[in-house]
Design a protein around this ligand. Structure first.
Ligand code: FES
Ligand code: FES
Length: 214
């Protein structure tokens, strides 16, 4: 046999086993991975996950409020809005929840004399505040002048927005923003009425503001 023939024979004799070995090695590796995956049971996989930390209830906050002239001491969840404290803790359900997002004005109350959307105010951040709700306007059986004016001018239909409209109207007049129908419309624009009772609302506020009934 020539030298070239000998080299060719050697290359064949060494490469053929190497080809078989590589394929076999790949197959063996794939099999091993499959076996490894199969041997990991769901429970083992779960054990490998970090254990979820248990959700802890937030600590309650103690706050003092004066609501419609009455001092109140309350234990509240720090996440509770004034709206939810009024409705759920104090059972003052005259203040309505509409959008719960500051867009409709149904939840308007007076906080230290200024109108706010109570759905957006955290009660725990207003320790010591004075709050007036629709329940705090009338004096016994005598309606507040703006409540009476809403009746006289048919400033409502279903009534759902009405507590917020009246609280906002009281503030609108007190702020000096009720000097004309146009001004009233602008400064009452945060209070939405689905029933469209706007004409009566503007008339009621105009009358009370003009006659200086507040
Ligand atoms: S419920 Fe507060 S603004 Fe709509
Ligand atoms: S009276 Fe119905 S939403 Fe205003």
């Amino acid at each position: 046999m020539s030298q070239d023939a000998q080299h060719t024979e050697q290359w064949r004799s060494t490469s053929a086993p190497a080809h078989v070995t590589r394929r076999a090695a790949l197959q063996a590796a794939a099999g091993a991975m499959a076996l490894a995956g199969a041997s990991s049971t769901p429970s083992q996989a779960q054990q490998a996950q970090p254990a979820p930390t248990a959700a802890r209830a937030p600590e309650q906050a103690t706050i003092r409020l004066v609501v419609n002239g009455q001092p109140r001491t309350l234990s509240v969840d720090p996440r509770q809005s004034i709206l939810d404290v009024l409705r759920e803790s104090l059972n003052l359900t005259g203040t309505k929840k509409g959008c719960n997002a500051g867009a409709c004005g149904a939840c308007t109350v007076l906080l230290d004399g200024r109108r706010i959307n109570s759905c957006l105010a955290l009660a725990a951040m207003h320790d010591g505040a004075e709050i007036t709700t629709i329940e705090g306007l009338a004096e016994g059986d005598k309606l507040h002048p703006l409540q009476q004016a809403f009746i006289d001018h048919e400033g409502f239909q279903c009534g759902y927005c009405t507590p917020g409209q009246i609280m906002s109207g009281v503030a609108c007049i007190a702020e000096g923003h009720a000097r004309s129908p146009e001004q009233i419309k602008a400064w009452m624009s945060g209070n939405i009425c689905r029933c469209g009772a706007y004409a009566g609302i503007v008339e009621a506020i105009t009358e009370v503001a003009k006659e200086g009934k507040l």
